[in-house]
Design a binder for this molecule. Structure first.
Ligand SMILES: *[C@@H]1O[C@H](CO)[C@@H](O)[C@H](O)[C@H]1NC(C)=O
Ligand SMILES: *[C@@H]1O[C@H](CO)[C@@H](O)[C@H](O)[C@H]1NC(C)=O
Ligand SMILES: *[C@@H]1O[C@H](CO)[C@@H](O)[C@H](O)[C@H]1NC(C)=O
Ligand SMILES: *[C@@H]1O[C@H](CO)[C@@H](O)[C@H](O)[C@H]1NC(C)=O
Ligand SMILES: *[C@@H]1O[C@H](CO)[C@@H](O)[C@H](O)[C@H]1NC(C)=O
Ligand SMILES: *[C@@H]1O[C@H](CO)[C@@H](O)[C@H](O)[C@H]1NC(C)=O
Length: 306
């Protein structure tokens, strides 16, 4: 994804002394609030010219409308609440027709940056739209036409499989089909669907790559891979797996299956020294004889990428 790549690139291009002169202090990342929302790690608020305080998926931007997930589709997921205790958050997709319920959504709300995922606590609303004259769903399928659009229909989903063959009664061939996760089931199996859209849905996470606060506290800068799932701590020109301390290196090299050979040799990539457990790979990630998956670095134009 170009924005992520740019972000990563930008973080490497920051002049090292300026970047570590006070801006990378954890205290500049937290505490933060946005409206009534307390922002705590792994969530963080983006700020110009500052290295990330946490993983990309948890990056938020704050404006007068609220806190928005920067990596969500069109930055449209507004965060309503964060439940750190059970690793979930409640969001509303402001790209949905929240005011009138029309026009019916024509896109699936099915994308979320990893490691976030849709919660199984959500139900789904199923929408048929732009149905051509002869292809209205049969009454038995439970679809109701929208009050504001007779060629669009909605009903509550009944399972987690969305392929056409899994929709009871089938989907008329002349209609668009889209689904939207919802936390609150509408009354009357559809008529109150706008309320459900407004209430939003739940996302969850199980793992958070790295621990950025530790890295920053040790004087390092957090670096995340393009996927947002791999983490490194950049310590005066060297990438380390956790933080800038001898102890962190020891922990990493104590992990099994990092073998000898030429792995101990450090390699320069631009201004960075790449050394164990990181290693330069010619191309894509397979776990090699040295360097663990997730610590493999591609050196391109003197710029290292995780
Ligand atoms: C390497 O460091 C020099 C001097 O600090 C800087 O001018 C140059 O832009 C850096 N290059 C990269 C790729 O970070
Ligand atoms: C946010 O933090 C403040 C200070 O710790 C606390 O008083 C407040 O209740 C918190 N708000 C929420 C929504 O958790
Ligand atoms: C706040 O940011 C979101 C996401 O980028 C955007 O959709 C919304 O229009 C912004 N609100 C204001 C008041 O600028
Ligand atoms: C987490 O806790 C909150 C508050 O109790 C609750 O609303 C939410 O549904 C819970 N999340 C999950 C995934 O169960
Ligand atoms: C939504 O997902 C379903 C099932 O994966 C698919 O059949 C449908 O074409 C998708 N709708 C859109 C608008 O992409
Ligand atoms: C959904 O798909 C899974 C695996 O493909 C299957 O085991 C399950 O029975 C399906 N559920 C429904 C409601 O069709």
């Amino acid at each position: 994804m170009p924005p992520l790549l740019l972000l990563l690139l930008a973080s490497f291009l920051l002049p090292p002394p300026a970047a570590s002169a006070g801006t990378a202090q954890p205290s500049s990342c937290w505490p933060k609030t946005c409206g009534g929302l307390n922002i705590t790690y792994p969530f963080w608020l983006e700020e110009r010219d500052r290295p990330p305080c946490g993983p990309p998926a948890f990056q938020l931007k704050c404006n007068s409308s609220g806190a928005f997930m920067v990596k969500s589709v069109y930055q449209a997921y507004r965060v309503v609440s964060i439940f750190a205790e059970n690793q979930s958050l409640h969001v509303v997709d402001i790209n949905l027709p929240l005011d009138t319920g029309c026009p019916a959504p024509t896109f699936n709300v099915s994308l979320v940056p990893r490691p976030l995922a849709f919660s199984k606590a959500n139900k789904e609303l199923l929408f048929l739209s732009k149905c051509t004259a002869g292809s209205q769903p049969e009454d038995s399928t439970g679809f109701h036409s929208l009050p504001c659009d007779r060629s669009a229909f909605v009903r509550l989903g009944d399972g987690r499989n969305f392929s056409r063959s899994h929709i009871q009664g089938g989907i008329p061939p002349g209609c668009f089909f889209a689904f939207v996760p919802i936390l609150e089931v509408p009354n009357g199996n559809g008529d109150e669907y706008v309320v459900s859209l407004k209430k939003g849905f739940l996302l969850e996470w199980t793992t958070v790559p790295g621990h950025c606060p530790d890295c920053m506290e040790s004087g390092g800068e957090c670096v995340y891979s393009d996927t947002g799932l791999n983490f490194a701590c950049k310590c005066s020109g060297t990438l380390l797996p956790e933080k800038c301390a001898a102890a962190a290196v020891a922990v990493a090299s104590a992990r099994p299956n990092v073998q000898g050979g030429d792995c101990s040799a450090s390699i320069r990539c631009g201004n960075l020294t790449i050394s164990k457990p990181f290693r330069i790979v010619p191309d894509q990630a397979t776990e090699g004889s040295c360097g663990l998956l997730g610590f493999q670095v591609v050196c391109e134009n003197h710029t290292p990428y995780l």
